[in-house]
Design a protein around this ligand. Structure first.
Ligand code: ZN
Length: 99
């Protein structure tokens, strides 16, 4: 029997991905407040990343990225639905999402 790593409970392909992401078109409300980009004040059409360390990042349409400490992988999974695409790099995922 091959000695397979058993600790990872996620989808096997996640091991190859830098993270997962989704497009978030509507205003993003966190703890009752609409999140805005600290750089350009945009409040919608985010790309939301969930990286392998379970941190969640927001990317505005202008390309500013900011970590969102109030969100985590559990939140992402509740809101993203089934992930149908895994991307080897964030750039590849952004192209897929049209950003
Ligand atoms: Zn911005």
């Amino acid at each position: 029997m091959p000695d397979l790593p058993s600790a990872d409970l996620g989808a096997p392909s996640r091991q190859d991905a830098e993270g997962v992401m989704m497009r978030w078109m509507q205003p993003l409300v966190i703890e009752g407040e609409v999140r805005t980009c600290p750089e350009c004040d945009v409040y919608r059409d985010w790309i939301v990343f969930c990286l392998r360390d379970d941190s969640v990042w927001l990317r505005c349409p202008a390309g500013h990225q900011v970590q969102e400490p109030h969100l985590d992988a559990a939140w992402f999974n509740r809101n993203s639905g089934p992930v149908d695409h895994w991307h080897p790099t964030l750039e590849d995922g952004l192209r897929h999402l049209g950003h």
